[in-house]
Design a protein around this ligand. Structure first.
Ligand SMILES: Nc1ncnc2c1ncn2[C@@H]1O[C@H](COP(=O)(O)OP(=O)(O)OP(=O)(O)O)[C@@H](O)[C@H]1O
Ligand SMILES: [Mg+2]
Length: 399
């Protein structure tokens, strides 16, 4: 309670007490009662004020409460004793008053001690829990015994610890991801760089004839092309993940875009004698997308399909409406994906299959880039169930 409220309450009580005794008994009794309440109450308020000021040095809440009760009861008892003397109360009546006062004080002290035990226990629970959190534990029980403000404090602390733990685990996962990425990038850079170094050393030494030299130069330009593609893909993925890309969203006619992309890849498919077909209705709703990036998604998916489909197989690109937007699918009649590959294929640098499948080029960034692009459009990408081969589907919002 505020000091001024205490003083105002005391003044009111003293005037009321004085008036009551003045009216019922005599003005002498009224004055005596008013003065007693003022002096006794004033000493209690003043002492409590002093105790409040010293709170900064207090070490125990229980001791602060006990001191407050002891001071109030002690001062009241002294005041009543003085009044008893002034009123010439008989020793018998004085003793009765003293015993009653001490008894009332003891009951007050008992009540404070008993009622403060629960809140103090709750406070200790919160204190010990937060100490454990400070020492690194993240699973602490902050159970309190009531529904009061201390329970709210414990609940707030619990939420804080949960958020802390979640933030830490997200940070750990991001750190792990970064470390894995750096390891994968270094590995993928090291292999072609080592080949380049060996080839250039061989060319520099005069040990190889002109034809071998030409062959080595060709190999070098192949390595340089794959290194450039890797660096470009990495750059694209990091920009996509950082949201550092300008999207030029517009109405896209999927039938035209799909045909254009398929035609651009037809030569590659023909080389493997793979038939590429499209099935996109001309009246399909327009998609709301960035055409260049969308083409990149189709390109990556069709390239994967061609890469993983044996000669004389086929690849089909189709699109259809799906309630709120459109869905596009690239299906092939290739080897398909195992369960483990399906779960991880969208991770950067993940290359599935056995060593043989891995050696077919590719850095494992294609599907990660597709996912980042599709999700930036507000869609999603997944492997649909297929009895054989692979079906990759993605959704896009309609314009
Ligand atoms: N159509 C598919 N059929 C079978 N497996 C596939 C198919 N598409 C993807 N995968 C598997 O998923 C893995 C990841 O594909 P992703 O496109 O991300 O990488 P990549 O094709 O190996 O390399 P990049 O696309 O960077 O050239 C592939 O290595 C392959 O194992
Ligand atoms: Mg790929």
């Amino acid at each position: 309670m505020r000091t001024w409220a205490g003083i105002a309450g005391l003044l009111l009580a003293s005037v009321a007490g004085g008036l009551l005794f003045g009216v019922v008994y005599s003005s002498h009794d009224g004055l005596l009662m008013g003065a007693y309440m003022l002096v006794c109450g004033g000493s209690v308020v003043a002492t409590v004020e002093v105790l409040k000021r010293q709170r900064g040095r207090a070490r125990s809440l229980a001791r602060q409460l006990a001191t407050g009760v002891a001071v109030s009861v002690g001062l009241t008892t002294v005041g009543v004793g003085v009044i008893a003397l002034l009123m010439f109360v008989s020793p018998h009546d004085g003793l009765v008053m003293a015993v009653l006062l001490i008894f009332a004080g003891a009951l007050g002290a008992y009540a404070v001690a008993a009622l403060s035990r629960g809140p103090l226990d709750d406070l200790r629970v919160v204190r010990d829990g937060l100490r454990a959190v400070g020492e690194g534990r993240r699973t602490v029980r902050l159970e309190t015994g009531a529904q009061d403000e201390l329970a709210e404090l414990a609940e707030a602390a619990r939420r804080m610890v949960d958020q802390l733990a979640q933030g830490e685990s997200e940070r750990d996962a991001a750190d792990r991801g970064r470390r894995d990425l750096v390891a994968a990038v270094s590995h993928d850079l090291r292999t072609p760089l080592t080949s380049l170094r060996l080839l250039s050393e061989a060319i520099e030494s005069d040990l190889v004839d002109a034809e071998t030299r030409r062959d080595y130069v060709e190999q070098m330009s192949l390595h340089i092309r794959s290194l450039s593609a890797l660096v470009e893909d990495l750059f694209e993925l990091s920009r996509l993940e950082a949201g550092d890309i300008h999207w030029s969203l517009q109405r896209v006619a999927l039938d035209e875009l799909v045909c254009e992309t398929v035609e651009a890849m037809r030569a590659q498919a023909d080389l493997k004698r793979i038939n590429v077909a499209t099935a996109v209705p001309a009246d399909l709703a327009r998609a709301w997308a960035d055409p260049e990036r969308l083409q990149r998604v189709l390109f990556n998916l069709i390239q994967n399909a061609i890469r993983h489909t044996p000669a004389d197989g086929s690849v089909t690109v189709m699109a259809e409406p799906n309630g709120t937007g459109v869905e596009v699918e690239v299906a092939d009649t290739g080897e398909g994906l195992g369960d483990q590959d399906r779960d991880r294929a969208f991770e950067p640098f993940y290359r599935g299959g056995n060593g043989g499948a891995r050696s077919r080029g590719g850095s494992g960034l294609g599907l990660a880039i597709c996912r980042a692009i599709v999700e930036a459009h507000g869609g999603r990408i997944w492997f649909a169930d297929a009895p054989s081969g692979t079906r990759v589907r993605f959704s896009l919002p309609a314009a």
